[in-house]
Design a protein around this ligand. Structure first.
Ligand SMILES: Nc1ncnc2c1ncn2[C@@H]1O[C@H](COP(=O)(O)OP(=O)(O)OP(=O)(O)O)[C@@H](O)[C@H]1O
Length: 471
């Protein structure tokens, strides 16, 4: 009979789990710490281990390490109340069979044991240690805990992942977390928002172009695939990709090689692709707007981000975090939410999800008059943010670059950079001018008109921008 060991310093957890497993017909031994379990290894070996993480004498991840060094094929289930990605990924990295977040459902735990004791399937290859800064995904709701567990597990296998969810639910953050905890963590993470780039430029953004490949292509440009070589490419809003490009993408994903636009050199890359969408790709396939074979290739594993209104219990912690960050970064006076304000936030429906909440907190940090924020202070601000999200999905894009800019500025400031204004301003002008020129086929007068600039101003700005770039 399978012998299961349960290791936990918390007597009640140990008791409940052991009893549940015994009732299911397993023989169970209980240990209150890692040392006694290790000592018992001398006289017998378990078929499966459940271990807690935080225990006084030796922590569960260390125990996992020791157990794995002695019996690499022993399935170990790590249990913890700490379901942040660092813990779950730490467990999976250490070779855990699974991660059980506390408090757990006993039936689920028993079912997990049954599955763990089935003949072993092929496991993901061992991973290197992840490095780099970790995005902080907050969430205590069951769906988020489940998601963190999935991220921990998936980060070790280079599978394609499709992340679905409404705008602002954290899809990009999840993609970043998958990368940061993967063996590719020290390699680049490159993101491309398909919806934010004019379709005629998308191909060269993805695959790069040679100088002279088309009007406006003065010099060679490496595409995002090349930039992401060895790392992860995050393709956001994949449902907006034009069909011809879908065909090209599919081929590149299958073959791992491509030509730059206008190029003859075959480029080989090793890129893990993570795609995201707020659209229903199945219905796009049914309408003939998305290739079914591309969907299958991208959708090896699907992660669904719950909208914020489905996890209202997470709203207080998110709001407090965002308000704290915003006041710190704006160097404004410390502010806090009154209970009534938190209740008001929890009652709101958040069409713009976490991003809307984040934007609201920035607005409050900048504008709320007092040190405490009350329900009444929220009424107007909430009306404004939600109306803008509900009004049009295009607004989402505007907010998208605004929050990217904010993140960039905060990151630069945190790393001690100076002269941000000039750098950002130059990039801003350059991007606007180049995009307008591309959209008008290089016609300066028309581009100037579309931007609302005089032709001479545009020419002057283009000249100084070229000079700066040494062109
Ligand atoms: N669980 C979370 N914890 C902390 N911050 C979060 C969380 N989810 C989202 N955010 C924050 O909310 C904002 C929006 O997240 P993100 O850009 O990842 O959403 P998205 O789903 O990719 O949006 P879109 O579909 O519009 O591109 C970001 O600033 C992100 O940091």
């Amino acid at each position: 009979m399978a012998d299961i060991w349960v290791i936990d310093d918390d007597r009640s957890v140990r008791f409940v789990l052991a009893e549940g497993l015994r009732e299911a017909g397993y023989s169970v031994r209980e240990f209150e710490g890692a040392r006694s379990a290790l000592a018992a290894l001398a006289s017998g070996t378990p078929s499966l281990v459940f271990t807690d993480v935080r225990m006084p004498e030796m922590d569960g991840l260390q125990l996992l390490d020791t157990l794995k060094s002695r019996r690499a094929d022993l399935p170990v289930v790590v249990m913890s109340a700490y379901t942040d990605i660092a813990s779950t990924a730490g467990a999976f990295k250490g070779g855990a069979h699974d991660f059980l977040s506390k408090p757990f459902d006993l039936d689920k735990a028993v079912e997990l044991a049954t599955r763990a004791l089935e003949p072993r399937r092929r496991e993901a290859p061992p991973a290197e240690t992840a490095t780099g800064s970790e995005p902080e995904l907050l969430g205590e709701a069951p769906a988020m805990r489940e998601l963190f567990r999935a991220i921990g597990r998936l980060s070790q296998a280079p599978l394609a992942v499709l992340i679905t969810g409404e705008t602002g639910t954290g899809k990009e953050l999840v993609a970043r977390a998958l990368h940061a905890h993967s063996p590719r963590a020290s390699q680049p993470f490159v993101a491309l928002n398909t919806a934010a780039i004019p379709s005629e430029l998308l191909e060269s953004e993805l695959f790069g172009h040679e100088a002279g490949a088309f009007t406006g292509a003065q010099r060679r440009h490496t595409g995002r695939f090349e930039q992401a070589d060895g790392g992860t490419l995050f393709l956001d809003e994949i449902g907006d990709m034009p069909l011809p490009l879908q065909t090209r993408l599919l081929r590149v994903l299958a073959e791992g090689e491509f030509f730059r636009v206008g190029g003859r050199e075959l480029i080989r890359v090793d890129v893990r692709v993570i795609a995201a969408t707020h659209q229903d790709l199945e219905s796009l396939v049914a309408q003939g707007r998305f290739r079914a074979d591309l969907l299958h290739r991208l959708d090896v594993v699907r992660l669904r981000m719950p909208p914020l209104r489905e996890r209202r219990e997470d709203i207080p912690a998110l709001a407090v975090r965002f308000l704290g960050q915003a006041t710190a970064q704006l160097a404004s006076s410390v502010k806090r939410f009154e209970k009534s304000a938190i209740a008001r936030l929890q009652a709101h429906d958040w069409p713009g999800n976490v991003r809307e909440l984040e934007n609201l907190c920035w607005r409050l940090a900048a504008l709320a008059p007092g040190e405490t924020i009350q329900a009444g202070d929220l009424q107007q601000a909430l009306g404004q943010t939600s109306a803008s999200y509900a009004a049009s999905s295009a607004q989402g894009e505007v907010d998208d670059w605004e929050s990217s800019l904010r993140r960039w500025a905060a990151r630069e400031l945190a790393s001690g950079a100076n002269g941000l204004y000039e750098t950002a301003h130059q990039r801003f002008e350059q991007i606007l001018m180049q995009t307008a020129l591309d959209a008008t086929g290089g016609h300066r007068q028309l581009a100037a008109k579309r931007l609302g600039l005089g032709r001479n101003t545009l020419t002057r700005k283009l000249g100084s921008s070229r000079q700066r770039r040494g062109g």
